[in-house]
Ligand binder design. Structure first.
Ligand code: NAP
Ligand code: MG
Length: 492
């Protein structure tokens, strides 16, 4: 009997599938100008430093945005202090929880509109905002609402108290979700908040303030100041702030840590990363291909924990790369509002220039470039084709530095020890992925990786009950789960 299995026909996935356009049609009305939200009121703010927020898929402006100066930041901090002293810290924890539940429910009710607004302001595909950003944001409020009246169980046997006023500064890659990660645990722990969204993505946080109005959140409990780096600096250095929570680049994280050193302020820093996705020869390869794509091309690589380095076992490297390229060749790049789009726009012209600069550096240092998708790169807007760089070394810039774009650097290894050594050879320590069918190898490798998060046979998986955060230059402190409450509590 012939035991040789019949050869499977080659999969032909190259080229665009013939799909009709399927644009998301939910209407969203943008304002002409976005101000601040201070003490429960919409504040127009001065117009001296106004700036545009753009739709990165077209490069066209959506609206003008006010930039808060130190005086306006001071007003917001004062409002947060007043709300903390007079209202929020006096309220029963169960009642605080009810407000947080209401925010969660209203986020769900307005989810479609929020997803469309986020896609237009950020550039990421509607599939992601609809299926990931907005549902996860609501889940965070639901999860922490449950903690509001159970804080004594966060540190059993100890006395826990809120810190006071939290100053929060967030980046543009997950505007609404990062706001939820910051605001939900702060409120559940009994603190009040002043938050600054990123300059390029202020819209969904402003929509969140509409939700605060709709659910009658007491004035001053959450305040929003729009603006650029100077507004963020004025906020985190304000003398009446008790807690600083920052998500952003390692460079700005360092500036903030220097600025608040020696003060009473507590801090958490969620910074950059250079995640490694380690694929062993015994992994389920097609699943690993999906995981690698999810890890770096998802959200245009605008993910702090992106799996921007692929470490693949040498014996399967050629086969794996072949499968990866074929699958990437089926991804659709283009209009982020189209429900079939996999790869949307890079968030800004500056970030587009950064990503392109890194691709050029990679090639100059000897990398071999491969780019592909199921359709051509749109002419207008800020787009980068999914990019795979092979022939790179540990010392190459594209292997060492965070690119924050859809650029995957590929390295190989022969033994688990070598994989661990290469994965750990970075200043960062945010996230990693391990792909193998062998559980003992999985646990062994996972425990030896210097990363705050290690995903097993998966990548970029999030749950509000599960802590997230980095070590080394990726920062400190955790968001999510009971651990995410601790940075907002004083434990006595
Ligand atoms: P960024 O330049 O560090 O900006 C982050 C935020 O800080 C923005 O709101 C920014 O305002 C503000 N800011 C800038 N200078 C400041 C200063 N001196 N003091 C206070 N605030 C200041 O980062 P980004 O380029 O927007 O975001 C990408 C970075 O965020 C990546 O490095 C990524 O890895 C990291 N990130 C980390 C996580 C995590 O959880 N670890 C999550 C998401 C993103 P402007 O926007 O106006 O500049
Ligand atoms: Mg920035």
């Amino acid at each position: 009997m012939n035991k040789t299995a019949p050869k499977k026909p080659e999969l032909q996935l190259q080229g665009a599938l013939d799909l009709s356009p399927s644009p998301e049609s939910c209407p969203v009305t943008f304002r002409e100008r976005y101000g601040h939200f201070i003490d429960g009121k919409r504040v127009a703010g001065k117009d001296a430093d106004d700036f545009d927020t753009l739709n990165p898929a077209t490069g066209q402006p959506i609206a003008r945005v006010a930039a808060a100066d130190a005086t306006e930041v001071d007003k917001a901090v004062k409002a947060a202090r007043k709300a903390y002293d007079k209202v929020w810290s006096k309220m029963s924890p169960a009642d605080r929880g009810k407000y947080i539940y209401r925010i969660a429910r209203r986020l769900q009710e307005r989810s479609r509109e929020l997803a469309v607004a986020e896609t237009i302001d950020n550039g990421k595909p509607i599939r992601e905002t609809r299926d990931v950003d907005v549902p996860l944001a609501a889940q965070h409020f639901f999860y922490y609402a449950g903690w509001a009246d159970k804080l004594q169980y966060a540190a059993p046997g100890r006395d826990v108290r809120p810190l006071g006023v939290a100053a929060q500064v967030i980046p543009w890659n997950f505007p609404l979700l990062m706001a939820a990660w910051k605001i939900a645990p702060a409120l559940a722990a009994g603190n009040t908040v002043v938050i600054k969204p990123a300059e390029t993505t202020p819209i969904t946080v402003t929509m969140l303030t509409e939700i605060f109005e709709e659910i009658d959140l007491p004035p001053g409990v959450v305040n929003v100041v729009n603006g650029a780096g100077a507004t963020g600096a004025a906020l985190v250095t304000h003398p009446d702030v008790d807690k600083v929570a920052f998500t952003g680049s390692t460079g700005v994280g360092r500036i903030i840590m220097r600025a608040i050193a020696g003060t009473k302020k507590k801090a958490t820093m969620e910074l950059g990363g250079k995640g490694a996705n380690i694929v062993f020869a015994d992994a389920a390869l097609d699943q690993a291909v999906e995981g690698v794509i999810n890890g770096i091309f998802f959200n245009q690589g605008h993910v702090c924990c992106a799996g921007s380095r692929l470490l693949v076992e040498e014996s399967i490297a050629a086969d794996f790369l072949d499968r990866l390229r074929r699958r990437v060749s089926t991804l659709r790049i283009g209009n982020p509002l189209d429900k079939n789009t996999d790869i949307g726009a890079i968030n800004s012209a500056e970030q587009l220039a950064t990503v392109e600069r890194y691709i050029a550096i990679g090639q100059r240092e000897g990398a071999e470039l491969w780019q592909g998708a199921a359709c051509a790169r749109p002419d207008a807007g800020y787009f980068v084709m999914p990019t795979i760089l092979t022939g790179v070394q540990q010392s190459d810039t594209v292997v060492r530095e965070e690119i924050f774009g859809p650029v995957l650097s590929v390295l190989t290894f022969r033994t688990p020890d070598e994989a661990v050594k290469k994965a750990n050879d970075t200043e960062y320590g945010l996230a990693a992925g391990v792909w193998t069918e062998k559980t003992s190898k999985l646990f062994d490798v996972a425990h030896r990786l210097n990363a705050g998060v290690v995903w097993a046979n998966g990548y970029n998986l999030f749950d509000p009950a599960s802590p997230f955060g980095g070590i080394r230059h990726s920062g400190f402190g955790r968001e999510g789960g009971p651990a995410g409450l601790m940075p907002y509590l004083e434990v006595r």
